[in-house]
Design a protein around this ligand. Sequence first.
Ligand code: URA
Length: 168
Amino acid sequence: ADGNPRARIMIVGEAPGPEEDRSGLPFVGPSGKLLDAMLSWVGLDRTSVYISNVLFWRPPGNRTPTASEAALCLPFVERHIALVAPDYLLLVGGSSAKTLLALSDGVLRLRGRWFSYQSADLPRPIPTLVTLHPAYLLRQPAQKRLAWRDLLAFRQAIETGADPTVGG
Ligand code: URA
């Protein structure tokens, strides 16, 4: 993990890439640079967020983690989230959204939507927003406008302390 373990916001990505494997820190390679830029769009940085991944090892060839690899790490990720107990979760990319929310839709269907993340260790559910992964945005820069929209919605929720998963 990286960032501030006392932050109100926790971000969960997919898995380490080569730079992350070498340094032992999440999001320090090219997609990490873009993640930092995305956070800065809405006034956030690594002092105000805590960052981890759903998988702790780089899958061979940097491929997408399989469902069974993700399932293996899930109890540790759930415990990690429960220990940090953030007020908001931001799930970047399909792997983290599908794993933590137990959903099968593609990320383009899930992004921009609020969900309630719950696990046995948590006293109450955590409002959770899904957005696009920066590695995807590096390949599809035109989609940054969707991520921008998601982050503005995220910013609005954290500024007002709202739980967008409750009520109308
Ligand atoms: N991509 C991720 O999802 N996590 C990292 O830590 C680096 C790249």
